[in-house]
Design a protein around this ligand. Structure first.
Ligand SMILES: [Zn+2]
Length: 274
């Protein structure tokens, strides 16, 4: 084993130990946690378009203030993403109107607490599209940032702790894409595609993928900590991040969404490699 090979293995082992420590002890515990994390911060309904504004109170210190601006316009990138989801038998792919209904385009998100401020437009440039799906299809549960088309899709309501977490996580990928060598990020996307399809990848490639995921996770958790502070929600998010999300990159077998991920391997491949 070469020096680099053994260094990579050490990194992977360390990551595995972290994910094991945060693992859920039972399916019930995971389900209960997810129920808490999917509960919205507010009762304000999503309209077709508008601006949603509310506070999240915290035990200590001032509340976090959230502003979401959104509409229901489906741009070309999102249409491309939705199109393959329904196919007329022996006919062409068509956009399923019912799936569009639960889709919102996020124009901007600004969240502030004290000195801290997260502004999605800082990540946007002029080519980023951000969408959320309010009623995620059980067979299509993955959220992603596609570095080719510059599209973020969050398959959750972003006014819930887990939706917000995913939005921050995908924003971190976007940030990396804006700041890294663009070829490198495309290369990572191809590794990710092979990993999702469970094709073999080199140890060093898995390390690169996990480093990127850990960066995005750390960014999301840091942002959430600044907004939520020490709280049950933050503890839940930390546990879910390491015990489920990161773990899924370590070993696909342990991911609860592994079946749907496999079903969608081909689709994801198309999205990533286009
Ligand atoms: Zn990620």
């Amino acid at each position: 084993m070469s020096f680099f090979e053994s260094k990579s293995r050490k990194y992977l082992n360390r990551t595995e130990r972290i994910t094991d420590k945060k693992s859920f002890s039972s399916d019930d515990e995971l389900r209960e946690t997810e129920k808490r994390l999917n509960k919205r911060f507010t009762d304000i309904p999503w309209e077709q378009e508008g601006r949603m504004e509310f506070d999240i109170s915290s035990k200590k210190g001032e509340p976090a203030h959230m502003v979401f601006e959104y509409d229901s316009v489906i741009d070309e990138k999102m249409e491309d993403y939705l199109r393959p989801l329904r196919r007329v038998p022996d006919g062409p792919y068509i956009v399923d109107e019912s799936r569009q209904e639960s889709v919102r385009r996020i124009r901007n998100v600004v969240v502030t607490r004290g000195e801290y401020r997260f502004d999605l437009s800082d990540f946007a440039g002029d080519d980023l599209s951000v969408y959320i799906r309010l009623n995620p299809d059980p067979y299509h549960t993955t959220s992603f940032y596609n570095p080719e088309s510059k599209l973020i899709v969050v398959n959750k309501d972003v006014t819930s702790p887990s939706g917000l977490d995913i939005l921050f996580h995908e924003s971190a990928h976007r940030l990396k894409d804006m700041t890294e060598n663009p070829e490198y990020y495309k290369h990572l996307a191809s590794i990710r595609g092979r990993s999702i399809r469970r094709q073999p990848i080199f140890t060093a490639e898995r390390v690169a993928l996990i480093r990127d995921e850990r960066f995005a996770d750390a960014f999301a958790l840091r942002t959430l900590y600044r907004l939520l502070g020490e709280s049950k929600q933050f503890e839940d998010l930390k546990k879910w991040t390491y015990g489920v999300n990161l773990k899924s990159y370590y070993t696909q077998d342990n991911h609860k969404d592994v079946t749907s991920r496999n079903l969608l391997g081909t689709l994801t491949d198309r999205l990533i490699h286009r």
